[in-house]
Design a protein. Structure first.
Length: 318
């Protein structure tokens, strides 16, 4: 029979072998791609490399690798605890997970759809022809003007005097500005339209919509009634005074050619195609599901009131 000391040493050695054996089995049980495990969660080499890359550490030191690995371990520890305590089953958490999954899956489907062949030239031409109005340029006139202001409260006599003055200036423009495209010195000396008087009264190109934003209907109609460059309008009476108009140039309505708007056409068509594909996708997805809408409950739903800002704490008086 062995002495007590020998038996104790033998038991100690046996226990050490058992611990060593268990440790070796645990280490050998790790997947080859694992850097660490946290419970049943595996932190892979790829996960660690991606985390390092997100920090811009492409040649990390040992300390940097250890720091990022510690962050990943803490993340997994938090997730394990949340799962253990049932936090993942709370409705708001489940709803957040559902939204994340749906959003990611939608991105995946969109990526797959975008892999379709590029728009064919013939199809682009067909779309352009069907949507020509979207690329239409409205009629424009380029006019010069002389403006003689008059208060809307002016008595008839003052109004007659102002109108007579306008006729005189029109005659002056016919004689002194016949060789000019605009009103030249007549506008500079007599016009009250400050933005144009020092350019001979020239306003630049205007569509009807643009002109209507600055002038009364009578003036706009007189502008677009002019047909030939150099043509003078009659004296135009408006609520704010009298106008003389001269046509500098005219551009008829037109449609911009496809070569000029090709990029815009392609963008619009591809956007419409994407919307159509998405509508078709959701139609297919919903077709396989029983969907019911409680219209009565829907009708009773009122918009939630926005939260009222809390009043700042009152200052204590001393």
């Amino acid at each position: 029979m062995k002495p007590p000391l020998a038996r104790w040493m033998a038991c100690t050695a046996l226990a050490g072998l058992i611990v060593f054996s268990v440790s070796c089995r645990q280490q050998s049980a790790l997947p080859p791609e694992a850097v660490a495990t946290v419970g049943d969660a595996v932190i892979t080499v790829d996960a660690l490399q991606q985390a390092l890359a997100r920090r811009g550490w492409h040649n990390p030191t040992a300390e940097q690798k250890a720091a990022v690995l510690e962050d990943l371990i803490r993340f997994e520890a938090l997730h394990a605890q949340a799962r253990k305590t049932g936090y993942l089953q709370q409705p708001e958490v489940q709803n957040a997970i559902k939204h994340l999954v749906a959003a990611r899956y939608r991105e995946k489907l969109a990526t797959n759809q975008s892999a379709l062949p590029e728009t064919a030239a013939a199809g682009l031409q067909t779309y352009y022809q069907a949507h020509r109005d979207a690329f239409r340029v409205p009629e424009q006139v380029q006019v010069a003007l002389v403006f003689l202001p008059l208060s809307s409260k002016a008595v008839p006599e003052k109004r007659r005097e102002a109108e007579q003055r306008a006729h005189e200036l029109r005659h002056l423009a016919e004689t002194e500005c016949a060789s000019l495209a605009h009103f030249g010195p007549v506008a500079q000396t007599h016009s009250a339209h400050q933005a144009s008087r020092y350019r001979g009264g020239e306003l630049g190109g205007l569509t009807r919509q643009q002109a209507a934003g600055s002038f009364s209907p009578e003036v706009v109609e007189a502008m677009f009634a002019l047909r030939q460059p150099g043509e003078l309008s009659p004296v135009v009476s408006a609520s704010d005074g009298f106008y003389l108009l001269k046509l500098v140039g005219r551009r008829p309505a037109s449609v911009r050619p496809l070569a000029e708007v090709k990029e815009a056409v392609a963008f619009q068509w591809q956007r419409e195609r994407a919307e159509q594909r998405e509508a078709a996708l959701f139609a297919r997805l919903k077709a396989g599901l029983p969907i019911q809408v409680n219209e009565a409950v829907l009708a009773r739903i009122k918009p939630a009131r926005p939260p009222q800002p809390s009043a700042p704490p009152a200052l204590s008086s001393r």
